[in-house]
Design a protein around this ligand. Structure first.
Ligand code: NAD
Ligand code: LMR
Length: 328
């Protein structure tokens, strides 16, 4: 299998690529080829990353190549992990980048060229995961420019789901793996809606184990919605190792059959499900058949509270789409 990673000399990739090199991530018996992509100014740093990967002597890796030209890198690719882009929390052209949406004008353009190259040159079965922010709308830009409806484009909401599971496990006193059907709806932004109404712990609905709507509204939701900012504030840089793990978990979730009764999280193009307007990339509960097909799970029931939260994030996705109309 050929795996492309952009932004390969960046922070997230430094943790992500070693995860991808371990056995059992991709559902194939052959070894993987890695095509690592950077901008020309970062190629020297990327060579250092490659030296460390070589020194790790992974039994699952066949070949590692580096590229500063996306169109050569994505030829025949099975997976493209699009991490390369600028994070928030930095000063760009004299202005502090505060929200992920502020990155639209800076990062959006990256995904037009990458989308075109992937659409033309990668396999029709290629899976594409956009990590670079604002991930949902960057995925929309990429997918629109790819013009290849057989490829599967996704944006990452797995990190939000893992954060939500971690906080819920702390509250209930269970293990994160005991939590099923915890879905994050909408945008990877402060409007996202992590839903506990359909979450199940060891066979029991969360609502039967905990009756604390005050905690949900005043602590849980803002904590998950603002966790990225909390990390930037504490670390002075945006999340990296947790984002890398979430990206690898997304690949695994797509590659392998979803466990019975559970879902996984990523943003895919909306078909109008759950009141999210058609044609934007939204977080949804998904399942995989382990043979390359993923689909939206449609049996979640939503209270009026949940619907009102989902309509806010749906509106924001529409607004972001309108802002990048010239790139679509
Ligand atoms: P970083 O600055 O450490 O690394 C980004 C790398 O991308 C740099 O090495 C840069 O040279 C490279 N790059 C820039 N433009 C490129 C291009 N056109 N082609 C190839 N490479 C390019 O940043 P990071 O911490 O690794 O974060 C990367 C992105 O991921 C940011 O946009 C960040 O906001 C986002 N992120 C998303 C999530 C999520 O949950 N979706 C979580 C964490 C971070
Ligand atoms: C995160 O959620 O940690 C990332 O999207 C980085 C950010 O800008 O918050």
């Amino acid at each position: 299998m050929k795996i492309v990673v952009t932004g390969a000399a960046g922070q997230i990739s430094y943790s992500l690529i070693p995860f991808l090199c371990e056995k059992g991530v991709f559902n194939c018996s052959s070894k993987i080829d890695l095509n690592l992509v950077e901008i020309p100014q970062a190629m020297q740093r990327l060579e250092g990353v490659v030296k460390e990967l070589e020194d790790s002597a992974y039994s699952n890796v066949n070949k590692i190549l580096t590229f500063d030209d996306i169109s050569l890198a994505v030829e025949d690719a099975d997976w493209c992990l699009l991490v390369g882009s600028i994070p928030r929390g930095i000063v760009f052209k004299g202005k502090e980048i505060k929200e992920r949406a502020d990155l639209l004008q800076i990062n959006g353009g990256i995904f037009t060229k990458q989308g075109q190259a992937i659409g033309e040159r990668s396999k029709d079965t290629c899976k594409i995961l956009v990590v670079g922010n604002p991930a949902n709308t960057n995925a929309l830009i990429g997918q629109k420019n790819a013009r290849n409806p057989r490829q599967t484009w996704m944006a990452m909401t797995m990190l939000d789901a893992l954060r939500a599971k971690a906080q819920l496990a702390l509250k209930i006193g269970c293990h994160v793996d005991d939590i099923y059907r915890l879905a994050v709806f909408g945008n990877h932004s402060p409007t996202m809606y992590p839903d506990l109404e359909n979450a199940v712990i060891n066979g029991s609905k969360v609502s039967t184990l905990m009756d604390d709507q005050d905690w949900v509204e005043k602590q849980f939701l803002p904590k998950i919605q603002q966790r990225g900012a909390e990390i930037i504030h504490a670390r002075g840089a945006s999340s990296a190792s947790s984002a890398a793990r979430a990206a690898c978990e997304t690949v695994k979730a797509v590659e392998h059959k979803t466990r019975d009764g559970d879902i996984f999280n990523a943003a895919v193009i909306s078909d109008g499900s759950y009141g999210i307007n058609e044609g934007v990339f939204s977080g949804f509960p998904l399942i995989s058949d382990g043979e390359g097909n993923i689909e939206i799970v449609r049996d979640f029931s939503l209270s009026d509270f949940a619907k009102s939260k989902i309509s806010i994030t749906s509106r924001e996705l529409d607004e972001e789409r309108n802002l990048v109309g010239d790139l679509l």
